[in-house]
Design a binder for this molecule. Structure first.
Ligand SMILES: CC(C)(O)CC(=O)SCCNC(=O)CCNC(=O)[C@H](O)C(C)(C)COP(=O)(O)OP(=O)(O)OC[C@H]1O[C@@H](n2cnc3c(N)ncnc32)[C@H](O)[C@@H]1OP(=O)(O)O
Length: 257
C-alpha cells in the first residue's frame, strides 16, 4: 500500500509510523485515519516486527480530528457511520505501540496517543481535550482513557476547561511514561521499542493483553456511550457555531442550543 499522509518505515524489528500533514498540524482527517489504521495493521501482521512507534512532527503530534472535515456533519450521519468508531481498530493492535509526542497532542491527537501503550513525551509536548471549546466532547476515547490514566479530578479539569497541560504535568499525572529533551525524543522511543522487540513476542503480547485486561472491560461500553453523546452534539447549533468559529478564526458565540 502506498501512503500519502503518513510515512512508514522499519528499523530492524521496529515499525515506525510518522503522521505527515504538517500544514494542518497533523489534523486527523479520514485519509490519515485510514492510512494510520492500515499501517498499524500491516505491522501487526508482520512477523518481522516486534513493536511500533507512532510519532508526528516537532510542532504537533496531532492537533486533533480535522475540524474542517467534520464541521458539516449532522447527527444522523455521525451516528449512522459510527463516526470515529474505526479508530477502535487501531486501538486493537496487538503489538506494543509507543507514542512519541512532541508539540501539540490535542483532542483526537491526545486520544490517539492514549490508544498507544506507552507515551514518551518531548519536553515541548502539550496535551489537552479542547473539544468543549468547539461545542462538542471527546469522541475518540478522551473521557474514558484520560480518566483512567490521570483520574477524575484532572480529567474533569481538562475536559471541562479545554486547557492544555505541559509534559511535566502530564508525567506527574500519570499520562506520560517518560519526558525527554525534544532532540532525544525519537531516539528514546526507538530504543524503547527496540528493547521491547528484543523480547519474546508472545510474552510481550501477553503482557500487553494482561495489562489491558485490567483496564478495558468496562471501557468498551464507556467508549460506545461517549461516541453516542458525541454524535448527538452534531444536532446542536453550538457544534455548527463552534467549528465555524474555529475555521473563521474568531471567538465562538454559543447559545446553548
Ligand atoms: C476527535 C474528537 C472527537 O475528540 C474531536 C477533536 O479532536 S476536535 C479537535 C480538537 N483540537 C483542537 O481544537 C485544536 C485546534 N487547533 C488549534 O487550536 C491550533 O491550531 C493550535 C493551538 C494547535 C496551534 O495554533 P497555531 O500555532 O496558531 O496554528 P494554526 O494557525 O491554528 O494552525 C495551522 C493550520 O492548521 C490548521 N489546523 C490546526 N488544527 C486543526 C484541526 N484540528 N483541524 C483542522 N485544521 C487544523 C489550522 O486551521 C491552520 O490551517 P490554515 O488556517 O492556515 O489553513
Amino acid at each position: 500500500m502506498s501512503y500519502e499522509t503518513i510515512i512508514v518505515e522499519t528499523d530492524g524489528r521496529v515499525g515506525l509510523i510518522t503522521l505527515n500533514r504538517p500544514k494542518a498540524l497533523n489534523a486527523l482527517n479520514s485519509q490519515v485515519m485510514e492510512e494510520t489504521i492500515a499501517a498499524a495493521k500491516a505491522f501487526d501482521e508482520d512477523d518481522e516486527i516486534g513493536a511500533i512507534v507512532l510519532t508526528g512532527s516537532e510542532k504537533a503530534f496531532a492537533a486533533g480530528a480535522d475540524i474542517k472535515e467534520m464541521q458539516a456533519l449532522n447527527y444522523v450521519e455521525a451516528y449512522g457511520r459510527d463516526f470515529f468508531g474505526q479508530w477502535e481498530r487501531f486501538a486493537a493492535t496487538r503489538k506494543p505501540m509507543i507514542a512519541a509526542v512532541s508539540g501539540y497532542a490535542l483532542g483526537g491527537g491526545c486520544e490517539l496517543a492514549m490508544m498507544c501503550d506507552i507515551i514518551v513525551a518531548a519536553d515541548t509536548a502539550k496535551f489537552g481535550q479542547p473539544e468543549i471549546t468547539l461545542g462538542v466532547i471527546p469522541g475518540m476515547g478522551g473521557t474514558q482513557r484520560l480518566t483512567r490514566a490521570v483520574g477524575k479530578a484532572k480529567a474533569m479539569d481538562l475536559c471541562l476547561t479545554g486547557r492544555m497541560m505541559d509534559a511535566e504535568e502530564a508525567e506527574r499525572s500519570g499520562l506520560v511514561a517518560r519526558v525527554v529533551p525534544a532532540a532525544e525524543l525519537i531516539a528514546t522511543a526507538r530504543e524503547t521499542a527496540k528493547k521491547i522487540a528484543s523480547f519474546s513476542l508472545p510474552s510481550v503480547m501477553m503482557a500487553k493483553e494482561a495489562v489491558n485486561r485490567s483496564y478495558e472491560q468496562p471501557l468498551s461500553e464507556g467508549l460506545r456511550f461517549e461516541r453516542r453523546m458525541f454524535h448527538s452534539l452534531f444536532a446542536t447549533d453550538d457544534q455548527t457555531e463552534g467549528m465555524a468559529a474555529f475555521t473563521e478564526k474568531r471567538e465562538a458565540q454559543f447559545n446553548n442550543r
